[in-house]
Design a protein around this ligand. Structure first.
Ligand code: ATP
Ligand code: MG
Length: 394
């Protein structure tokens, strides 16, 4: 078990003058994440990376998995610290570190040295050569490969010396909270949780809106959405979930509008309501799990008809993904098993047998005229009775 972990980040390292803002945000996200791991940790920024020091016993796998879910982290490397920086100690620690990580399995390596402490008597190229020789002389299972090493071996001379090898991959992306806030339309399906994950990965904080239609959709269907929000919150931190009672609106559309246009009209109302909540909550965009041609309501014509009622940008991160690719990502983030639980959703209950696939906006607007008088109070009521639930990671 290591005591110290080096957390590397990639893209935020190139953000110029604003770099410190991204770094500070990442440090905060790392602190929040380590707070949820058993044990006590000290997190500090240190020249282009973050050091996480364990102050107590801890489960290394739990810590590494947790850190790998923080957006902005590119790699997590358990390191051994050599406080006295004595070169022999460094080499000994290096061999011990590699043995601890890799056991006796054969591996190829290349040494990389970084000497931030310029007063250190051995220069970087010599550190590489001497440390490399030491490893070969002390480990039968090691051989050098300077072109395609299995492991990069790092020796860094800073205020202390650190040795480590290629670490565990992080989630990548940007720290949540550095790119504004957006409202995710979260259903109980496979797609929208993945869409939320993808947007959050770019640093966007998310809230979520779910349209619930009791008694046609059950408490269990709602709980499934809460569960999905909780899975996303593992990566994003706590999510405020707005649950809108959509039953009366849906019934009214069913009663007054042509049945082959139900889905599209319903979706237009969902977007308008989500946008109202988004504005109250200072979100800058809406996010959905739509992808072109997946179903009738996701043809280009249908997407255009839904966009037409929106006054803020609608982001659809899955727009050009195949279902199989979305499923693979859903599995990767741990949402799939929950998403496929068989609870009805409000769209499936009211769908027509033959929905329009190429709605004309004028035609839809014409059909919606039947709702002009009746709908505003129902929408106001839906907004007033909206239930807000804070969903926190486990
Ligand atoms: P998903 O798997 O995300 O449910 P889907 O393939 O079932 O998507 P639709 O049912 O057409 O597709 O929904 C398209 C998008 O609309 C969803 O990805 C989601 O963003 C939003 N949406 C659909 N139903 C709801 C709902 N009941 N509450 C909130 N958002 C919804
Ligand atoms: Mg759905």
């Amino acid at each position: 078990m290591a005591n110290t972990y080096l957390v590397k980040y990639a893209e935020i390292g190139i953000k110029g003058k604003n770099r410190y803002k991204f770094e500070d945000a990442l440090v905060h996200r790392v602190i929040e994440r380590t707070d949820r791991v058993d044990g006590r940790f000290r997190v500090q920024k240190e020249q282009g990376r973050i050091l996480v020091e364990a102050l107590t016993e801890h489960d290394e796998d739990e810590l590494i998995t947790g850190l790998s879910h923080v957006f902005g982290v590119s790699q997590i490397c358990p390191v051994t610290e050599i406080a006295d920086k004595d070169f022999t100690h460094i080499c000994e620690a290096l061999v011990e570190h590699i043995r601890g990580r890799l056991g006796n399995k054969p591996f190829t390596f290349k040494v990389f040295a970084k000497r931030s402490d310029k007063s250190y008597p051995i220069e970087s190229p010599d550190i590489c050569v001497q440390a490399g020789n030491y490893i070969i002389n002390h480990m039968d299972n090691a051989s050098v490969d300077v072109h395609h090493p299995d492991y990069k071996v790092f020796v860094e001379i800073r205020r202390a010396a650190y040795v480590y090898i290629s670490g565990f991959p992080g989630a990548g992306g940007m720290p949540v909270g550095t790119a504004g806030k957006a409202m995710l339309l979260l259903s109980g399906g496979i797609d929208s949780p993945v869409a939320g994950y993808r947007i959050a990965k770019r640093g966007v904080k998310i809230e979520a809106t779910y349209f619930h239609a009791p008694p046609y959709t059950s408490e269990r269907a709602k709980q499934k959405v809460v569960d999905l929000a909780q899975i996303i919150s593992e990566y994003t931190g706590p999510i405020l979930l707005h649950v809108v009672n959509f039953t009366d609106i849906q019934m009214m559309i069913y009663e007054k509008c042509p049945h082959d246009e139900l889905t599209i009209i319903m979706r237009r109302y969902m977007m308008q309501i989500a946008e109202s909540i988004a504005r109250q909550r200072e979100c800058l965009a809406l996010v959905t799990g739509e992808s072109i041609a997946q179903v009738a309501s996701q043809t280009m014509q249908s997407l255009a008809a839904t966009d037409a009622v929106c006054g803020m940008p609608v982001f659809r991160p899955l727009i050009a993904m195949d279902k199989q690719e979305i499923i693979a990502e859903s599995e990767k983030i741990g949402a799939y098993e929950t998403s496929i639980q068989p609870y009805e959703d409000c769209c499936t209950i009211f769908v027509a047998k033959h929905p329009v696939t190429k709605p004309r906006l004028e035609q839809i607007e014409e059909s919606e005229k039947a709702l002009t008088e009746i709908m505003p109070p129902l929408v106001a009521e839906a907004l007033n009775t909206c239930e807000d639930i804070w969903v926190s990671p486990r």
